[in-house]
Design a protein around this ligand. Sequence first.
Ligand code: GLY
Ligand code: MN
Ligand code: MN
Length: 445
Amino acid sequence: MPNQLTDLNLLYPEHLATVIARSDRALLRGGFDHLVMPAGTAHYQFLDDRDYPFCVNPHFKHWLPVTRAPGSWLVHTPGRRPRLIYLQPHDYWHVVPEVPAGYWVDHFEITIIRDAREALAHLPNDSARCAIIGEPGAALGDFVPNNPQAVIDLLHYQRAFKTPYELAMMRVASRIGARGHRAAEEAFRNGASEFAIHGAYLAATQLTENELPYGNIIALNEHGAVLHYTDLGRVPPVHPHSFLIDAGGSFHGYASDITRTWAWDRDGEFQDLIDAVEQAQLGFCAQVRAGQSYPDLHLHAHHVLAGVLRDHGFLRMSPESAVESGVSSVFFPHGLGHSIGLQVHDVAGFAADDAGTTIPKPPGHPYLRLTRRLEPGMVTTIEPGLYFVDMLLAELRTRPEARDVDWDRVDAFRRYGGIRIEDDVVCTGGQPENLTRDAFAAIAV
Ligand code: GLY
Ligand code: MN
Ligand code: MN
């Protein structure tokens, strides 16, 4: 692996300059003088003194690799060095956020405060001139988040275009996730329970559950048919047939989102179906190209997967009629993918421009999260799947198209749950960069 920290050190100034330039434009658009971003505050459970895991404001962590700073604030005023008001409370009950250190600190004017209310003395004079982007609970005095739509629209639209620094972060997040996946696969081969596989994943990534970019989906057998299955069975199945794992890594607040599906029997019918989905998935990844409409790629994926269903004996209808009648959506009931970055489902997936215009989803595809045309710098997941979902199959049985389904074959596959294969892919000016495949290759050496 290249020296990550040196790379980040070299790449960070350009990243910050990009974030500043976008912020300046957003302030001009919204008619504000300052961009103010509270990191956020602790959230408490009802009638309890226990707080939920802290989740930093994504606008805050876009500027600097700090994810554990409740009560801190960032202030940007065009033409000035950005200011970090950093809360390090006098507190012997909890771990206090570390002293700011690293490649980014010299780019900020940093003020340490010991009490959250002290931030007020360091925020701009006139809160009415501030675009304050943050959660409502972060309000402090007059500094109540106003989240101006014009400012947010511009920042969110632009956030789809990752800087080289961000891509470096995401390469690391991908390798962390890939290490977890390798350990999870090994645990599956050893007959482990979902819970034990999850433990193996955490150990290999060295992430706590709260540091994962999303809750691990670790599904054995028919559990793979629950798209977001998170139960973590404590007892292994008597007969393992299949394993679907959707789990990512995170690095300084950047996410990876990776899914793999494994067959217990490497020479069996389920492996054949996995191979077909994987071949299709690689074809879709190759189409992550500048100018490609993502909804068109999603619809193309439906046609290809409907062809897989026909070729593997589940359907007796053309891919065209399977897609037109909605039958393909019974087996592939989610979107092909989404933008990813600071949030696993990154913002502005439907943005036509930076002024709030949106691109609608294709009719009949309510779960697609990305309708933009791909451009260099965007990172998207490509995650086709085929599932045997009882609820959706029961509904299909009542429709006229049911006669073109081989129900015996479908029923025989219910025990496998489903297949999803998910990579994170960068759109470039040329060949796509597959962060996930590269990460698996890098950790294999
Ligand atoms: N891990 C959730 C997703 O793939 O979108
Ligand atoms: Mn995903
Ligand atoms: Mn996923």
